[in-house]
Design a protein around this ligand. Structure first.
Ligand SMILES: [Zn+2]
Length: 393
């Protein structure tokens, strides 16, 4: 057993298991230096290995194992980063998003980022860091002064966020505009209750961008609605813990079965509405009433499930995090589709008015990676990482 006492902390010694240390050796025999990928065949490590000695030098713990013999090292950073998990697996070091929202680092959700700053050589670094911090912490951000040109949303993802667009069954870029025979209820003038998109995918899109190209004054209604789903779920846990437990354990069916379209689709996916980790923190949310299929659950559980469902639905409608706004032409909303539920109020085009948004998606893990890389490059790496809703524990 290796024991480490961390300077400046009052906590106990962190203990490291010898096999854990052997599996995580970072020497060039165990990990390929450039790629940092493990090349050691860990299946060849005996069930019990023994430590011979360990010493600290150059920010590395140099370790000597015996039976079988090996000399390697593990960086202090890696030991520190994993200290909490190794010694106290039930405690997750990350704060939950509602905790983050209440902390002093919160950026006002009213903050609007000017598109010109994001494409300006000198203002760009600060603006892009602000955008990524808002998306990580608040779950959404609004960009103003965008050109009202079709296709700008895709160019924005590729050149400003420097990420690929996530292609789905709706293509790379989709037009949210009222049509007579919509392939999706979004492409009509009906009300859309708050939901996440593509809950029937194994990995629903991470970021969603909606760019307002046209929104005529004569169009009545059509305001966008955004609710922090994680916040609402925490509220459910607080007021009705037994309902929270049901919604995090009973699998429900999400489906998109539609043969009468250019690309016929038949997608079904079953899972609970709320995903939690071992410490019962929320790691993902799946809420899409418009795309629910039949519930397959034990008969004796059904009534309780529906009670829990309706309670959560009402909590979402009355949640204090709920925001309503009219997305003016040239404005774009970007939000984390895995955390923020989005919707729209019904609208009436007043005869000749038009409401036309263009949207696209970004994969959740690619977004998270790019946010961290960008913040790291500008020395603005967050001290606590929020859950982004990708189910990572
Ligand atoms: Zn090694």
């Amino acid at each position: 057993m290796l024991r480490v006492k961390w300077e400046g902390t009052k906590s106990d010694w962190t203990k490291y298991n010898p096999e854990w240390l052997r599996f995580n050796c970072q020497c060039s025999q165990c990990r390929q230096p450039k790629s940092n990928q493990r090349i050691l065949d860990v299946s060849l490590i005996p069930d019990r290995v023994a430590l011979d000695s360990a010493s600290l030098e150059d920010e590395r713990i140099h370790v000597r194992w015996k039976c079988p013999e090996h000399v390697g090292y593990i960086s202090v950073d890696r030991l520190r980063e994993t200290a909490d998990y190794v010694s106290q697996p039930s405690v997750c070091s990350r704060k939950t998003i509602p905790e983050l929202c209440q902390s002093s680092v919160t950026i006002s959700s009213e903050t609007v980022i000017d598109y010109h700053d994001l494409v300006d050589q000198t203002a760009r670094a600060d603006a892009i860091c602000l955008l990524y911090r808002m998306l990580l912490q608040n779950g959404s951000a609004i960009i103003s002064e965008m050109p009202t040109v079709s296709g700008t949303v895709k160019t924005f993802v590729e050149t400003v966020l420097q990420l690929p667009v996530q292609r789905t069954i709706y293509g790379e870029v989709f037009d949210v505009i009222s049509t007579p025979d919509p392939i999706n209820v979004a492409y009509s003038d009906a009300e859309l209750k708050p939901h996440i998109d593509l809950a029937y995918y194994e990995s629903p899109p991470g970021l969603q961008l909606l760019h307002s190209l046209r929104f005529d004054d004569m169009v009545k209604g059509g305001e966008s609605v955004l609710v922090d789903g994680f916040f609402a779920a925490e509220e459910l846990r607080r007021v009705r813990p037994e309902y929270f437990r049901l919604l995090s354990t009973v699998p429900v069916t999400f489906e998109k079965i539609h043969y009468d379209r250019k690309w016929p689709v038949h997608m079904t996916y079953r899972r609970p509405h709320i995903a939690v980790n071992g410490a019962q923190q929320i790691t993902a949310l799946f809420w899409a009433p418009q795309f629910e299929g039949p519930l397959f659950a034990p008969l004796e559980q059904m009534s309780a499930y529906y009670e829990a469902y309706k309670t959560f639905s009402k909590l979402i409608d009355t949640c204090s995090s709920r925001r309503e706004f009219r997305l003016a032409p040239g404005q774009m909303i970007i939000f984390n589709n895995r955390r923020m539920l989005h919707g729209r109020k019904a609208f009436n085009d007043g005869g000749e008015g038009s409401r036309h948004f263009q949207g696209c998606y970004v994969n959740i893990d690619e977004f998270k990676s790019q946010a961290l890389v960008t913040l790291m490059q500008h020395n603005k790496y967050p001290s606590v990482l929020p859950h982004v809703g990708n189910q990572s524990c």
